[in-house]
Ligand binder design. Structure first.
Ligand SMILES: [Fe+2]
Length: 344
């Protein structure tokens, strides 16, 4: 009975690994550990095809050490290539091989156990084969997720292109701005996933303007109160455009609140201080910098020393003072493109 409980628990662990792993390498490392501990193995190897843009990924766990290799077919040994091509399970008393297949060959797993734990029992073989099928499902999910991500990226690109034609210069000047986002994100201790969301948000934050009359967007004279009311709808309109895309869910709050102000006088929700999502607080300063540095149809470019003064002036009013400090430090760093650097 105890054994069956353990078997059941390993299936549950695979499910948890699928939902909790941030990338395929983490998932496969977790799977290796699970096999190693469950079957008391000397060695476990998982090889996957065509994952995360490299052709193969190989994770080997042996003597409590883990080795990971990514690359072309040359990272596989002759024997591993043979096993991968055979696409059927193979069992020896102390070694088991199982192809990871789910509508296509995704990879292979093999395990080895020497004395004192002895050869695999019939129950263990069945357990290993079933568990490996679960791993195949997990890998397929990661592949599908990657495909979806590719589709979303091309959707984001088309949308920003369209936006650029409709409202020129309303999107950020991507190349340099992405570097700032990355540097600011890291300094604010954001995770890689949060930085990625911020990059998407930087491309899409004004996408909702597509839904607004172009006469207002292109107007070069000051806007009337009525026209401002219409402009203020663009964060919500932007959310409408992406709300059904799962991968972009974390981007929604950043876009919705990118016009909030630290002192609580922004829109649409008049949030203040830490109530404003950190991504929106970062984006707000980057957006303002971009508008001042590159100019907008309704405002001229401003020289860097004046931008610095302007940003300092708005610290704790429009912008989070902590982010202002970090942003200004970054602008003085050597790693910042020369043309965007403040002199000390
Ligand atoms: Fe905006």
């Amino acid at each position: 009975m105890k054994k069956y409980k353990q078997i059941f628990s390993t299936f549950h662990t695979v499910y948890r690994l699928i939902t909790a792993s941030s990338n395929v390498s983490n998932f496969l490392s977790g799977a290796c550990r699970l096999y190693k501990n469950s079957f008391k193995l000397d060695r476990v190897v998982i090889i996957c095809k065509n994952v995360n843009y490299s052709l193969y990924i190989k994770i080997r766990m042996e003597n409590n050490c883990q080795y990971e290799k990514k690359g072309g077919i040359s990272i596989l040994t002759k024997r591993e290539k043979e096993i991968l091509n055979r696409e059927k399970e193979i069992s020896f008393p102390n070694r088991l091989f199982y192809p990871l297949v789910f509508s296509e060959t995704l990879g292979v797993i093999y395990i080895k156990r020497g004395p004192p734990n002895g050869p695999f029992t019939e129950l263990e073989k069945k357990w290993f084969f079933s568990l490996s099928e679960e791993i195949s499902v997990g890998l397929k999910i990661f592949n599908l997720y990657r495909e979806e991500k590719k589709m979303i990226i091309s959707y984001v690109k088309s949308l920003t292109k369209l936006l650029d034609q409709y409202v020129p210069t309303s999107y950020l000047h991507t190349k340099n701005i992405f570097r700032f986002i990355r540097m600011l994100g890291k300094a604010m201790k954001l995770s890689e996933a949060e930085i990625k969301s911020l990059e998407y948000a930087s491309l899409l934050h004004d996408a909702g303007k597509i839904q607004l009359p172009s006469a207002i967007l292109k107007k070069q004279r000051p806007l009337t109160d009525e026209e401002f009311k219409i402009i203020r709808k663009h964060p919500r309109e932007g959310v409408e455009l992406i709300k059904d895309l799962d991968i972009l869910k974390p981007v929604i709050p950043i876009i919705l609140h990118h016009h909030e102000r630290y002192d609580g006088s922004g829109y649409p929700s008049r949030l203040k201080k830490e109530q404003i999502p950190i991504g929106s607080r970062i984006l707000s300063i980057i957006d303002a910098f971009d508008a001042m540095y590159f100019g907008r149809p309704y405002r001229k470019k401003i020289p860097l020393p004046e931008i610095e003064q302007e940003i300092k002036k708005e610290s704790a009013k429009q912008f989070d003072p902590k982010i202002v400090d970090i942003f200004l430090k970054i602008l003085r760093r050597k790693a910042t493109p020369k043309e965007l650097r403040f002199s000390k």
